[in-house]
Design a protein around this ligand. Structure first.
Ligand code: HEC
Length: 200
């Protein structure tokens, strides 16, 4: 008898937690957009600027091999620093379907946004400067601000066609990231998103 209660308890807990995982994605209101967009713009611009400054100075100091260290060791801490300066409740990351570091893999909401951007590209439409979604999960509301990232010439040394990349650099990348998916891009390709998650 005791066992049956236990089973019932486990089953109902599982059912409850499934229910609580209900996530809804809706369009933000105009008032919400007016509040969220400037925050997202500022935080994503700060991140892009810091990463580019570090990348450029590392490339000029020691070429791509040195710059790999910056991306490998500093991309996450730089992202973390920007997050702390802005507001510790805000989450910020770079994400894409073809990731180099599995820690940058998209969550379920980010996957939907990546698909949204890919659909626009498939229809030959221009990408918007940003895209905001209102996400309600277990009654908690968060705004996801997305900024699309494109591949530029300077990115190709580390994300381009492997045949045109330096063999030593490729080797370094595969040592650090055995499951790297982030090569094969061309100039102008959609690379992924900066994702800024802002609590209500
Ligand atoms: C010197 C080599 C190098 C260059 C140049 C470079 N990257 Fe990367 N990129 C990396 C490495 C290494 C990582 C993995 C960083 C980590 O561990 O978080 C990475 C990660 C990323 C990510 C996060 C998603 C993922 O794949 O893990 C994005 C987005 C990205 N790069 C975009 C760019 C763009 C856009 C440019 C050009 C403006 C660029 N990168 C230039 C080496 C480089």
């Amino acid at each position: 008898m005791k066992n049956i209660f236990l089973v019932l308890l486990v089953v109902s807990t599982v059912l409850l937690s499934c229910n609580q995982n209900n996530v809804s994605i809706t369009e933000p209101t105009n008032e919400e957009l007016i509040r969220i967009i400037p925050q997202g713009n500022e935080i994503s611009a700060n991140l892009l600027k810091s990463l580019k400054v570090e990348l450029k100075s590392a490339i000029s100091e020691g070429g791509f091999e040195k710059a790999i260290e910056v991306c490998n060791l500093k991309a996450m801490p730089i992202t973390e620093k920007i997050k702390n300066v802005s507001n510790s409740n805000i989450q910020i990351k770079r994400t894409t379907l073809k990731y180099r570091n599995p820690e940058n893999a998209p969550d379920e909401i980010e996957k939907v946004a990546l698909d949204h951007f890919q659909n626009l590209l498939d229809k030959n439409e221009n990408l918007p400067d940003h895209f905001v979604q209102k996400v309600t999960k277990q009654d908690i509301v968060k705004f996801y601000y997305f900024k699309p990232l494109k591949i530029e010439n300077v990115c190709l040394g580390c994300h381009g066609n492997p045949e045109n990349m330096d063999a030593k650099l490729l080797n370094q990348i595969s040592q650090l990231y055995p499951e790297d998916k982030a090569t094969g891009y061309e100039d102008g390709d959609f690379r992924g998103l900066i994702s800024v998650i802002i609590p209500e």
